[in-house]
Design a protein around this ligand. Structure first.
Ligand SMILES: Cc1cc2nc3c(=O)[nH]c(=O)nc-3n(C[C@H](O)[C@H](O)[C@H](O)COP(=O)(O)O)c2cc1C
Length: 249
């Protein structure tokens, strides 16, 4: 154990913020941390965009089915998978970019954006800030692209609400699956049911202490994959991504 690991283990998503603004220079420090993340072949196929405009925040919150923290947080970022830079580079240099329309570049752009964002999250938590990702922006990627003026071959991977945690509404550390469920040695082994049952009990106790519905993990997880309605519009995401210019060949 050391301070870095202790900080990682203390992570919790923060959805309630104090009104204090994020200090000057913090955004640049977070982006520096993000840019230091590993990136596939050093291609750096991501960008990040800040959104201050109230009306835009409101529209984004509506896309995210009314997640108020998008309007309330002092700093709102949108992490982008960005293949447009490489495409533009090819155009300027009259060089082929024939590999870009394939699924793999889209995947590494998404991975790069997520790794960069998580570096920013670790950095911001080290500064006493808190945050929550907003995957719900993918409910309507084309509308998000329109609102943010994204060029073709750029997609919002998720939003990111950032601010100082409201001491009146503190977030707690959410327990995770037992390690032996996620850690496999040499060969993959299916998790034992008692391990899952024990996690259901631990998560239910957490939910109860947080005043949430005490459904445990299995029920909640199965509801999220139980039907197309649970995808909140994202069942059409392949077509949406195509519309944004990514062919996903
Ligand atoms: C890619 C991604 C998208 C997420 N989208 C949302 C979201 O739209 N709204 C939200 O409240 N939380 C969102 N979360 C936060 C998760 O719900 C949260 O990380 C998870 O429940 C574990 O809780 P913890 O972060 O407090 O440990 C997202 C997390 C990730 C990694």
């Amino acid at each position: 154990m050391n301070d870095t690991i202790a900080a990682l283990l203390a992570h919790r998503s923060v959805r309630a913020y104090a009104p204090d603004p994020v200090p000057a220079g913090t955004l640049e420090a977070l982006v520096a941390a993000a840019q230091s993340a590993p990136t596939s072949s050093n291609l750096q196929t991501w960008s990040v965009l800040t959104v201050d405009d109230k009306a835009t925040r409101k529209s984004l919150a509506a896309i995210a089915r009314g997640q108020k923290h998008i309007e309330e947080c002092p700093l709102f970022l949108v992490w982008l998978a960005d293949l447009s830079r490489l495409e533009e580079l090819g155009r300027r240099k009259s060089a082929s970019t024939d590999a870009l329309p394939y699924l793999e570049p889209f995947m590494f752009a998404m991975i790069d954006a997520a790794l960069a964002a998580q570096n920013a999250t670790v950095a911001l938590e080290s500064l006493g800030l808190g945050s929550v990702y907003i995957g719900a922006l993918r409910n309507n990627p084309t509308e998000v692209a329109r609102l943010l003026g994204l060029p073709p071959n750029v997609m919002a991977v998720f939003g990111h609400c950032i601010g100082y945690p409201d001491p009146e509404r503190p977030a707690a550390v959410k327990p995770r699956l037992p390690q032996n469920v996620v850690l496999h040695r040499e060969r993959y082994t299916a998790p034992s049911q008692p391990a899952i049952d024990s996690y259901d009990e631990r998560l239910a106790a957490f939910q109860q202490s947080e005043g949430m519905a005490t459904v445990g993990w299995s029920k909640m997880a199965l509801e999220r994959v139980g039907g197309i309605a649970a995808l909140t519009g994202r069942d059409r995401i392949r077509e949406e991504i195509n519309t944004l210019g990514f062919e996903l060949r």
